[in-house]
Design a binder for this molecule. Sequence first.
Ligand SMILES: Nc1ncnc2c1ncn2[C@@H]1O[C@H](COP(=O)(O)OP(=O)(O)OP(=O)(O)O)[C@@H](O)[C@H]1O
Ligand SMILES: [Mg+2]
Length: 260
Amino acid sequence: MTRVIAITSGKGGVGKTTLTANLGIGLALQNQKVLLIDADIAMANLSLHLGMQNTPITLHDVLLGEASIADCVYDGPNKIEIIPSGLSIESYRKIDPTRLKGIVDSIKDKYDFILIDTAAGIERIALAALSASTEVLLVVEPTSSSIADALKTKISAQKLNCKIIGVILNKVFNEKGEISSENISRMLELPVYAIIPFDEIVRRSFYEERAPFMASGKQTPAMNEVNKIVSRLIGIPIKETSTKESFIKRFLNKIFKHKQ
Ligand SMILES: Nc1ncnc2c1ncn2[C@@H]1O[C@H](COP(=O)(O)OP(=O)(O)OP(=O)(O)O)[C@@H](O)[C@H]1O
Ligand SMILES: [Mg+2]
């Protein structure tokens, strides 16, 4: 059965879109059929994270009844499919976001996973994305403001009958003063599903390469954590790869290749 998962948060800028793009690729690398939907209708940027610029027909057009769904599904990296959102403020104002649920229901049978990138907070756009989903991954940073906002999102999601899979703790520096994962789990009364470190490769892959780090194959701490989420979601054993280990592996492979 298709799993429709909203990637959401209370506070903005915590890494929802980055996670949506990379988790989508991680799932596709495990042969899952994946659709990503940019439901951040007002502030869309999922297609930028995927390096896709030419997407003339978008979710805006479908929500306005001016295009069919098939017209706004694009092929992305690693065989994922994407429904991007538009950038027009004018069309955003006219849109009824509650129509999203009908759109998702009408296409969901084609996929193993639909990941919905949501707007932050609990305004109508974010709530419409939650209504279209059956499960939620709640992204937080280890700060009190992020957790306080996440609590409101958690309550809103539960009211909409979404099952909250767990908390994704992102941009963790492991510095003094950061709230620990145990305390976050206690405060939100939710399991912490993954802990993703602040990772310079993640930041640079967006600003410099405009490509998800999961597609580049670079061994990086964030990649290991995303792979753990993938393993948990599809129920396969978690493969622990330390970045040090893979560096040595790559080094040995290089020497070996050279000698052949
Ligand atoms: N683990 C990480 N390490 C380093 N930088 C990260 C990490 N996760 C996300 N970022 C960076 O944080 C910034 C915000 O990420 P992103 O756009 O995914 O957040 P968002 O929650 O979708 O924001 P918004 O609420 O505005 O939609 C981006 O520059 C991204 O590259
Ligand atoms: Mg975003």
